[in-house]
Design a protein around this ligand. Sequence first.
Ligand SMILES: *Cc1c(COP(=O)(O)O)cnc(C)c1O
Length: 389
Amino acid sequence: MRKGLIMEYIPVSGPWITQKEIDYVTDAATNAWYGNANMYCERFENAFADYLGVRHAISLPSCTSAIHLSLAALDVGPGDEVIVPDITWIASAAPISYVGATTVFADVDPISWCLSADSLEECITSKTKAVIPVDLYGNMSDMDAVLDVAKCYNVAVIEDAAEAIGTEYNGKKAGTFGISGTFSFHGSKTMTTGEGGMLVTDSDDLFDRVMVLRDHGRSPGDKMFCNTDVAFKYKMSSMQAALGLGQIERIDELLDRKRQIFSWYQKRLKDVQGITLNAEAEDVKNTYWMVSIIIDEKRGLEKEELMRLLAEKNIDSRPFFRPLSSIPAYESSEQADVARRRNHVSYRIAPFGVNLPSGLSLDEEKVEYICDALHTLLSNGTRLRKVAH
Ligand SMILES: *Cc1c(COP(=O)(O)O)cnc(C)c1O
């Protein structure tokens, strides 16, 4: 490494926390007890519901629990099938197993990388109860097409918007397209509460059922410990909610930074041949949770190799999600077997996809350093391994 200095380690993701959040959390730890115990959860839920323009928002310990509660409230169980895109984090799908239903893996669209409406339709059977479209890396499916299919076959839509707070489709916010929408505030996500999640819905019935299921089968206000169901305990603490309130009050600033980071990359990578960056369709406002590249298959450079080369330059990265149907967790699933043969797009792009550093602490100088590294690694023809050594 003759040219240029090695930068300090650049992490792949991370939040942007200011004094506002610290003040709220301090106040929660000091005052949100006794009669004020729910103050911050209520403020956070109200602010979140207002931001999305929905009737109800329920703060939870994770997005995983929000998906679990959605399925449970819809009475999805053994014998039912639920469709998820093959390319996503396992959290989108694991709750299907929690309720004893069967996971069906649909293919993704080659441009948006999100659920393909055509593949969705192909996967529907008489047993299909729900579909979980995933707003991957801050992008969205052709939602009109997905909703048309779901409506036509009477399939419930649970939108996994964990990676897409603030994303819009035709001016409507991600997370508001299904009977429920789910969000994650894990430390890697665009806004964070450390760990945390939210379920949003416009349905009063779903809201009522979720409120019972998330509190060990107690109706809100039950003071006599008269549980009606054996259910779950899924709540967010006041300290987390205080952090979330600070973040949602700053959401426009966080989203602007995410889009700015993408534009820094886009400007510097646009003349690199043989890579594809996140897409943004005309009717979508992408919030680019993870700036990602797919390397052209013809270059013969798999993601593991590029990640290793980046790591040598102190640049952290992540692999594009593997098809769920290819991971050991679903090895014995018959549906995974079918998916491995059917989902050509997922299997074509996943081996060549890498998430680049997208944390909110990035500055333009770091992005320049990363892009310079990519230029060097990707500008020397196909046999990169040889060039780099
Ligand atoms: C992060 C993530 C989740 C899970 O969120 P948790 O809050 O960790 O449960 C679910 N789905 C997708 C697409 C995610 O990226």
